[in-house]
Design a protein around this ligand. Structure first.
Ligand SMILES: *Cc1c(COP(=O)(O)O)cnc(C)c1O
Length: 412
């Protein structure tokens, strides 16, 4: 074997590999050292062999010149993500929010109109309603689940439909296929925030969505360490539209964060399955507790979009569920919710989700704290609502931890 051939670690991967395999194996080829775990390239610039090569590489955005524009670790993450979403390409960003910023900068211009579900992530609403509005982009917020509401909002200037499913904290599910058809009939594109299901459960482009957006901060990292985001879609969108904007604007993902998420993806499908099973067990347990009024979780037969959710999400509900405590007044409901949250000794009181550590949250005073009471009521976020992101602790320790507060409620 020649010295050159010895350096080539392996032939390229065969066609037709399954998603679990792609999640572990897709990456750039290893370096000449043949590392089995993908390397972390912490470098801002790349040395060029000579001026002529340098000129060529600067002319071709796919070559490595400077890490705002491209980095091998980030590129490996992008390749793996695209393989898992089943899209031609993916582009990584510094956070989930910067992925939506990049989406808007690529799809919209002054005078354009957006239709967005009113139940999406709070900062997403602010980005469309406040920040994009400054640049002459108008957004209409509509019902998460009523298709007629989306249809009625269409204008000649509508360029983007933005959906998120399931939503936080009430796990409402929208019909991706139906929204894609509606968007395309209107000459618009459909972007889906797939943070809550990840490609391990749901692949929106297979249901007609044009662009998939992620906060990789959640399940993809999966252990609550780093911030990251991404857009996935056709080469036309990712390489021709979003790539040049990101290279100019600089919402670039740091290589270290990319490396952490790249490793997280290797266990994503196992974690999604295990955390979904645990969440269902917790949801069923909660349903049987007398202090609880309603449990919101897509895998429960009582969920209003149960059948649709099971079809879209590979039969799994994900790790996030929420529940309402019984109480006569908003004040009593809030006191009961705080008591349950403060009685836990295992769960983390925090606002992240998708972590291996279970997290308990009071949406009305955190993620939805800036809404007025009227807006909160309209969104169905009562003072007695508690959100749970179910992790990988033993499921009995999670329910025991909830029981500490539930069994000592004075409103019982
Ligand atoms: C967290 C989150 C975002 C924002 O992502 P960051 O990484 O925090 O910027 C967007 N959408 C959803 C559904 C999220 O949960």
């Amino acid at each position: 074997m020649s010295e050159e051939a010895r350096r080539i670690a392996r032939a390229t991967l065969p066609e037709g590999l399954r998603p679990e395999t792609l999640a572990v194996r897709t990456a750039l080829a290893p370096s000449q050292h043949g590392e089995n775990s993908e390397a972390l390239f912490l470098t801002s610039a790349y040395v060029q062999p000579d001026a002529e090569t340098s000129a060529q590489r600067f002319a071709n955005s796919e070559d490595f010149t400077y890490s705002r524009t491209s980095n091998p670790t980030v590129r490996s993450l992008e390749a793996r993500l695209a393989a898992m979403e089943g899209t031609e390409a993916a582009i990584a960003t510094s956070t989930g929010m910067s992925a939506i910023l990049l989406l808007g900068m690529g799809v919209l211009k002054a005078g354009d109109h957006v239709i967005c579900s009113r139940s999406v992530f709070g900062s997403t609403i602010n980005l469309f309603a406040k920040e994009f509005a400054k640049f002459g982009v108008e957004t209409t917020f509509v019902s998460q689940t009523d298709l007629a509401d989306w249809r009625a909002a269409i204008k000649p200037t509508t360029k983007l439909f933005f959906a998120e499913t399931p939503t936080n904290p009430l796990t409402e599910v929208c019909d991706i296929r139906a929204l894609a058809d509606l968007a395309h009939d209107a000459g618009a594109v459909l972007a889906v925030d797939n943070t809550y299901s990840t490609p391990a459960l749901q692949r929106p482009t297979e249901m007609g969505a044009d662009i998939v957006m992620h906060s990789a901060t959640k399940y993809m990292d999966g252990q609550g360490r780093v911030m990251a985001g991404a857009l996935c879609g056709s080469s036309k969108w990712i390489r021709d539209v979003f790539g040049p904007i990101l290279r100019t604007v600089g919402m670039t993902l740091a290589p270290f964060n990319a490396w952490v998420v790249l490793k997280g993806l290797e266990t994503l499908s196992l974690r999604m399955k295990a955390q979904s099973e645990q969440a269902l067990a917790v949801a069923l347990w909660l349903q049987a507790q007398p202090e609880i009024d309603q449990v919101y979780y897509p895998s429960l037969a009582s969920h209003p979009q149960h059948d649709l959710a099971m079809r879209q999400q590979s039969g799994q509900g994900g790790a996030v569920l929420s529940f309402d405590l019984r109480a006569d007044t908003p004040e009593a409901a809030r006191a009961a919710a705080f008591h349950v949250i403060d009685s836990t000794r295992v769960l983390s009181i925090a606002t992240n989700l998708g972590d291996t550590k279970s997290i308990i949250t009071h949406p009305a005073t955190t993620s939805h704290g800036r809404l007025t009471e009227v807006q909160r009521q309209a969104a169905g976020i009562g003072q007695g609502l508690i959100r749970l992101s179910v992790g990988l602790e033993h499921v009995d320790d999670i329910t025991d931890d909830l029981l500490r507060g539930l069994s000592t409620l004075t409103t019982r």
